[in-house]
Design a protein around this ligand. Structure first.
Ligand code: UDP
Length: 360
């Protein structure tokens, strides 16, 4: 076991944070620490960089303990839970590229299902049965209408989505078998943006799959243009509509979920989104304003499996967790742009449209 140590703050509930060095994990680490919890990261760095730990230390003013390893290592997870007397687990470790899951399904089933199974076995063996789990709006498949409520029919169109659905089912079976399990299932919409410090953000390896990092790379001149996948969807401007949510809002959603579970609230499944849909063309315009750069685009055929419109009804999360997203689209774009500049070692130009300003 490789471990970075730090003195744990006395009295702070310790939370095992799997995938804590990743994009969402690093922002959740910040939010948990700032909310008074003591996260302990478990990460195998298969899709993250250990330099994130130094960035977290810079942001938080203290190191976050980190165990290098996989959730598939049941003994390692059980030992870590025991050693740190963890009160709960926030499970974010997993593969998330839809296209790759179609090309390499076994990789996805092995990691996302095998990792979950092993984690749950370790939790059961140490009697730590409180879990916040990262699911996805992909479990709604092609929704018949929008906004989407949590009771919509569930389906899957690729192994990634299938793995999320099976994980949700595993948790339902555990709760049924033993009401001692307390689970918070969070169905994310489209996480974007970065920490406003520019110190942590998404750093996709190879060609990004998602719209926001592609917008940033085109604006930075690293790609000649954006391909817009389809302009004949049944949406106001014909391009796909999604619910983009600032990664910091999402991270705070995890804190709210954990707080609710640790206060004894029954298990829940909630959407984490803003409740607003933006089209690809609206995103292009917003990014141009935030970056002060132009984002050339061209039309391309629809991407297989893409749905026309997908955005959340956020009523349940607000009611159960007292949480809602507060950051506006211009902040998501401004923070993504700042992160892109820090990745490419550029300094930020004077942007048009005052993208860094917070709404009143
Ligand atoms: N999209 C696009 N060009 C790209 C990448 C994405 O037009 O190069 C569109 C995509 O068709 C969808 C939206 O942007 O309508 C968000 O795509 P993303 O992959 O970020 O999220 P998801 O489709 O998984 O919700």
């Amino acid at each position: 076991m490789t471990e970075r140590h730090s003195p744990l703050a006395s009295g702070a509930a310790t939370i095992l944070l799997t995938g804590g060095a990743g994009y969402l994990g690093s922002h959740t680490c910040v939010a948990l620490t700032q909310a008074g919890y003591q996260p302990v990261i478990l990460d195998d760095f298969s899709n993250s960089d250990p330099v994130v730990l130094d960035r977290l230390e810079q942001l938080l003013g203290q190191p976050t303990p980190c165990v290098r390893g996989s959730t598939a290592d049941t003994k390692l997870v059980a030992d870590t839970l025991k050693q740190h007397k963890a009160a709960a687990v926030v499970h974010l470790a997993g593969f998330k590229a839809v296209g790759e899951s179609v090309a390499e399904p076994l990789k996805y089933y092995a990691n996302n299902l095998g990792g979950m199974l092993s984690l749950l076995q370790a939790m059961a063996s140490t009697d730590c049965r409180t879990l916040v789990f990262s699911s996805s709006a992909t479990v709604y498949g092609d929704p018949a209408t929008v906004p989407i409520t949590e009771d919509f029919p569930l389906s899957h169109t690729n192994p990634y989505g299938h793995s999320k659905l099976v994980c949700e089912d595993m948790l339902a079976a555990l709760r049924h078998a033993n009401p001692g399990w307390q689970t918070g299932v969070l169905r994310y919409f489209n996480p974007v943006g970065a920490h406003p410090s520019g110190l942590i953000g998404e750093n996709p390896r190879g060609t990004p799959n998602n719209l926001m990092p592609l917008l940033a790379q085109v604006a930075a001149g690293l790609r000649p243009h954006l391909d817009i996948y389809g302009q004949d969807f049944a949406t106001p401007d014909g391009t796909g509509v999604r619910d983009y949510i600032h990664v910091q809002d999402l991270a705070q959603g995890h804190v709210a979920a954990l707080r609710a579970l640790l206060a004894g609230q029954p298990s829940f499944t909630v959407n984490l989104g803003t409740g607003r849909g933006q089209s690809v063309l609206e995103m292009v315009k917003a990014f141009e304003v935030a970056s002060g750069r132009s984002v050339p685009w061209r039309l391309a055929p629809r991407r297989q499996g893409d749905v026309a419109s997908c955005f959340a009804d956020t009523t349940l999360a607000e009611r159960l967790l007292g949480w809602r997203a507060t950051r506006a689209l211009h902040e998501m774009c401004a923070d993504a742009w700042r992160w892109q500049l820090s990745l490419s070692g550029q300094t930020q130009p004077t942007p048009i449209g005052r993208p860094g300003s917070r709404p009143p």
